[in-house]
Design a protein around this ligand. Structure first.
Ligand SMILES: Nc1ncnc2c1ncn2[C@@H]1O[C@H](COP(=O)(O)OP(=O)(O)O)[C@@H](O)[C@H]1O
Ligand SMILES: O=P(O)(O)OC[C@H](O)CO
Length: 494
């Protein structure tokens, strides 16, 4: 009987499950959204039970649609929204809502820590201190959830990112992988261990931490009552690292951009730990006794700005309408939109920036806002690629994620970068990367060479904008960003 790999892609807004075969064809997909909770301005939470339910339903739907038996699943790969912080007890019961990566509740705490310890943190973890990462979120939980610290000190609390929570529920094992650990701001990326000094700084008891493993190995087997079969869970990577893997970007200098809720641009730097002032150094994966590193530019809001046009100000009904609206105009006519809803990530790292639309005249309409939103996504990517280029030579950009369905944006991206933008045939690169990691651990795929051969381009966008236009547009963007920075401080908002 044919065997398949099941990949779980637990994202910020929905949980997906995808069944792949050896040629990386998709046989079944299940996807369910779950609620976002915003208890206060700038705060973002998920209910872990809602994540779990969505993920389980997605698994069952994917298996049904693929018309296979659970016993035909050779292995399971897990990939996840990163940094989002959960605590639960030994029975697997959540002790609070998950604090989502976008949540700003610890921004002030991190500003203080950054002033004194910024350089030390960057050296050890590769990260620019920010409320984005798990460390301050976990400290907040231990300091604010009644009784939690006491329980933690008695060894009754388990911490983890979403991968760890799912693996715990599926197998009963408390583990994570190098790529996810590298996003906590508690993990030493050179020594490959939890860092004592950082644990002390954030006041985190060691007993809550998961064991850190490679991204491709058997962590445990699914409990029989869940799927009626004991299936090895054998791959785990943060979603952006998994996408780099799924794009077969195995060589130094290869770059991918995933455009979803936010955008995440990663360059493989191989064995080299490269530091950039305004980018993150992160672990790409641990595989077959070797750790690979990456440089990352994390842009917090891109596709979410398109969602805001749809659900916030309601000027469109479907995300795809932005393409038609944008192409009604010859140019942006001077209108720029900086979607700094939760501050700005790479390369600006301004926790207090806020969204801005500038250049509005009486003639400004929906099409200008749509175009400015799509253009912003491309400018934000160029901001990151320019920083990366200072350290690695970049040839072209492999792209994936929901937003890449937008051909106007992909062409504009190629134009504004003056580089080829390549979209692959398999769009589910993140899930595919996790599937590959799971399959490599159990011999479903043998080698990286085999995987490289499976990667195929669907469309190549060639740059065709003249230099004068490109640089003039980009200068306008840089000016708009300056005006958005620090705004929450100006108006005294938290
Ligand atoms: N045709 C399109 N043009 C622009 N944005 C789009 C289009 N289709 C989807 N999106 C955006 O893509 C995002 C969803 O992409 P996805 O990769 O599923 O994100 P995530 O994994 O972060 O949940 C949404 O924010 C949506 O607004
Ligand atoms: O859920 P996504 O795909 O937007 O990814 C979120 C990132 O992992 C956050 O670092």
């Amino acid at each position: 009987m044919d065997k398949f790999i099941l990949s779980l892609d637990e994202g910020t807004t929905s949980a997906r499950a995808i069944i792949f075969d050896r040629e990386s064809n998709v046989h079944g997909v299940g996807q369910y959204e779950f609620p976002q909770h915003y208890p206060k301005p700038g705060w973002v939470e998920h209910n872990p039970e809602e994540i779990w339910e969505a993920q389980l339903r997605a698994i069952k739907t994917a298996i049904d649609r693929a018309k296979i038996e659970p016993s035909q699943i050779a292995g399971i790969g897990i990939t996840n929204q990163r940094e989002t912080t959960l605590v639960w007890d030994r029975e697997g019961k959540p002790l609070y809502n998950a604090i989502v990566w976008q949540c700003r509740r610890t921004a002030e705490m991190v500003e203080e820590i950054k002033r004194e310890y910024g350089a030390m943190i960057k050296k050890k973890t590769g990260l620019v201190p920010d409320a984005y990462f798990s460390a301050s979120k976990l400290k907040w939980l231990l300091d604010n959830v009644p009784g939690l610290r006491g329980k933690a000190e008695r060894g009754e609390v388990l911490f983890g990112t979403v991968d760890t929570f799912l693996i715990y529920r599926l197998t009963g094992k408390h583990v994570t992988d190098y790529s996810n650990a590298s996003r906590t701001m508690l993990f030493n990326i050179r020594k490959l261990e939890w860092d004592g000094e950082l644990l002390e700084l954030f006041d985190i008891p060691e007993s809550v931490l998961p064991e850190v493993r490679e991204s491709s190995e058997v962590y445990g087997y699914t409990k029989r009552e869940i799927l009626g079969a004991e299936i090895p869970v054998s791959g785990d990577a943060g979603d952006q690292q998994a996408a780099l893997f799924g794009q077969a970007a195995f060589e130094t200098g290869m770059v991918k951009a995933t455009y979803g809720t936010g955008s995440f641009i990663l360059a493989n730097t191989g064995k080299m730990v490269r530091y950039s002032e305004n980018l993150l150094t992160t672990i790409a994966w641990g595989l077959r006794g070797r750790v690979s590193y990456a440089l990352e530019g994390s842009v917090f809001v891109t596709g979410a700005a398109v969602q805001w046009l749809r659900d916030g100000i309601k000027i469109i009904q479907h995300a795809s309408e932005t393409e038609e609206l944008a192409t009604k105009l010859e140019s942006n006519e001077g209108v720029y939109f900086v979607p700094a809803f939760v501050g700005l990530g790479a390369p600006y790292w301004d926790q207090f920036a806020r969204g801005l639309i500038i250049g509005i005249t009486r003639g400004t309409g929906r099409e200008h806002l749509a175009r400015a939103t799509l253009e912003a996504i491309a400018y934000l990517t160029r901001d990151v690629v320019e920083e990366m280029e200072k350290l690695v030579q970049i040839k072209d950009l492999r792209v994936d994620g929901g937003v890449t369905a937008n051909d106007f944006l992909m062409q504009f991206q190629a134009d504004i970068l003056n580089r080829k933008v390549i979209r692959p045939v398999v769009k589910e690169t993140t899930a595919l990367g996790a599937a590959y990691l799971a399959g490599l651990a159990i011999g479903y795929w043998e080698s990286l060479e085999e995987i490289k051969d499976l990667w195929k381009a669907e469309k190549v966008f060639e740059p065709r904008m003249d230099e004068e236009t490109r640089e003039r547009l980009y200068r306008g963007w840089k000016e708009a960003v300056k005006r958005a920075m620090g705004w929450a401080r100006v108006v005294g908002a938290k």
